[in-house]
Design a protein around this ligand. Structure first.
Ligand code: NAP
Length: 255
């Protein structure tokens, strides 16, 4: 069964590892090409946009794709819209990790977008850790009185930056000890992040809770109307049901 896996997330990479070598499936992993040096992948892969809905429709036809798993990031809304419009009758599953939820002691300020996040930092200069990727940094140019510590996988485009910044390039997962040290050493007074969910980047939230640092949390976009699972096992079960193969058997009761 020819499966297109839209990736760029930990979950997509984990699913690719599960599919590698499974003769029932012919998977192709698709990456946007945002990360300059993507990690090697265990299944055939392609890189770069498809050219909107029309381009994706053509690709699905030419590659005779029989099922699509959209495992893009919860905030990659354009790709998710495009694939919903392009699939036609091809079965589509959304694989999306659950959102983070606050625990007692957390001081989270929920915001709908990065403009609201920048505004919520207030008029007094702060030392702010931004872990929001690279696309939306320009929103913070409107609040140039803060010192921004930007952590991203690749160095951001300098034209998009507020004036007072330091850049840390790093790829998760991040350990709690290291996150505590980062917040302490840089004197971080607020964190701005997106509700990405997952464990790889969650330690900063624990460190912030321990240290009483407020977190400005961009909320997830509204859920889309497509069949959805929250983990890789759910995606694998969905694929096996589509492929017509037997799902893994439960041990017989009493046996
Ligand atoms: P986006 O705004 O939803 O998509 C913008 C365009 O990038 C799409 O229209 C598509 O171009 C192309 N694209 C996106 N994902 C693609 C994929 N997996 N394969 C091929 N083309 C893809 O996406 P984004 O927010 O820029 O995210 C880009 C990638 O980074 C995604 O793969 C996502 O999973 C990953 N990522 C995003 C975030 C985030 O916070 N947004 C965080 C971590 C990882 P065409 O229209 O030309 O097809």
């Amino acid at each position: 069964m020819r499966v297109l896996l839209l990736g760029g997330t930990t979950e997509a990479s984990a699913l690719a590892r599960l599919l590698a070598g499974d003769e029932r499936f012919e998977p192709i992993l698709s990456l946007a090409g945002v990360t300059r040096a993507p990690r090697p992948q265990p299944i055939p892969w392609r890189i770069g946009g498809f050219g909107g809905v029309e381009g994706l429709r053509r690709y699905l036809r030419e590659q005779r794709i029989e099922a699509v798993i959209d495992a893009t990031h919860p905030f990659a809304t354009q790709m998710t819209r495009n694939v919903m419009a392009a699939v036609g009758g091809i079965p589509l599953l959304r694989l999306e990790r659950p959102a983070w939820t606050p625990s007692p002691g957390d001081d989270w300020r929920m915001v709908p977008d990065m403009a609201a996040a920048a505004h919520s930092l207030g008029p007094a200069p702060l030392r702010v850790l931004l872990t929001i990727g690279q696309k939306e940094l320009a929103a913070f140019r409107k609040c140039p009185w803060h010192h921004y510590i930007i952590r991203s996988v690749d160095p951001p485009d300098v034209g998009s930056l507020p004036p007072d910044v330091e850049i840390i390039t790093a790829t998760g997962p991040f350990a709690l000890e290291a996150e505590r040290a980062l917040l302490q050493d840089r004197g971080v007074q607020a964190i701005v992040t997106k509700n990405s969910g997952g464990s790889a980047t969650a330690a900063k939230l624990v460190a912030a809770r321990e240290m009483g640092i407020p977190v400005v949390m961009m909320q997830r976009p509204p859920a889309v109307a497509v069949e959805m699972v929250g983990d890789v096992d759910g995606a694998m079960a969905w694929l096996m049901a589509r492929q017509g193969g037997a799902a893994p058997l439960e041990p017989p009761l009493g046996g």
